[in-house]
Design a protein around this ligand. Sequence first.
Ligand code: CUA
Length: 359
Amino acid sequence: MLRSFISGFATTVRLLLTAFILISSALLPAVAAQPETDIHRLADIFQPQSRPAELILEPTYLVLLICFGIFAVVVAVLVYVLIKFRPRGPQDHLEEPPQVYGSYNIEMAWTVIPCLIVFVLVLVSSRSIVEIQDQPMPEDAIKVRLIGHQWWWEVQYPDLGIITANEIHVPVSSKNGPPRPTHLILESADVIHSFWVPQLAGKTDLVPNRVNHTWVEPYKTGVFLGNCAEYCGTQHANMLLRVIVQTPEDFEKWVANQKQLPTEPQDALAIQGKKDFYALSCVNCHKIDASPAEGVFGPDLTKFAVRQTLGAGVALNTPENLHDWLLNPDSLKPGCYMPDMKLSPQQLSSIVAYLQTLK
Ligand code: CUA
């Protein structure tokens, strides 16, 4: 009985929220019309595409249901009082309403009811948290070590020997077939960050000197956007992350490509760019496999041109954006730790040409 009431109410709340989202999208065509490649597309928490996100959605409906109930009661009482006790003449303001002190019943009601509500919410949320955290990972689960940096994500595949940044490639799983989860091992190189890809999994913090775990098990291929969900400094808002869910075949192709060395530049401009890059201090912060560039402070650039975005999702990885980024990183990401290298126009175009060959 209670269960069917809750599920009925959840459906109503869901419909209301969907209507709200649809109306807001209609009012904000710029948001609704964003293409798949857009960097700031909103992730819809009501469309989970992975088991952990589904487990979170269930208590979310309950919380919304309870909050909606409280809201309705408060508004109803408020409207009732406003109408019932509205001033009915100039003399009305002179009389003081009855003063109520020390009402045992009222005090018990406003203490016990909220305690019960909180108790129910704690129990329901704990169940989801435990179910997500205690999920055993199969032996063959893809392992990804995700390290938070100010303000980008280092992505390592320890079993596959791959290091990349800001984009996690994972194979798609299936609700019917054997599960194919990806186990995320979360660490931080500096301050506290938080992993959050709303459609795939809830928030889990990346804490310095501590290892946290979470997992995703997407049922659908595509690009899922996430972001850092813990304030971590100036560019916290631009610490964006994308999870690229691929068919097993496409994932294998990506893995095979990542394991190879980048292609050698062919045209004169890119060859010059390679020389310029190695002559500058870029190599102190960035790594390119089998080259003198061995820095680890910034993202690994070995397969930079394969990535969809640059600056941790702040812009699409196009030659124009790369040019602007190298000319003045602060223009796209004020306060970021990538310095302005004061490149000459010639160095700019040659290095842009070279970096585009890294695929
Ligand atoms: Cu990293 Cu906020």
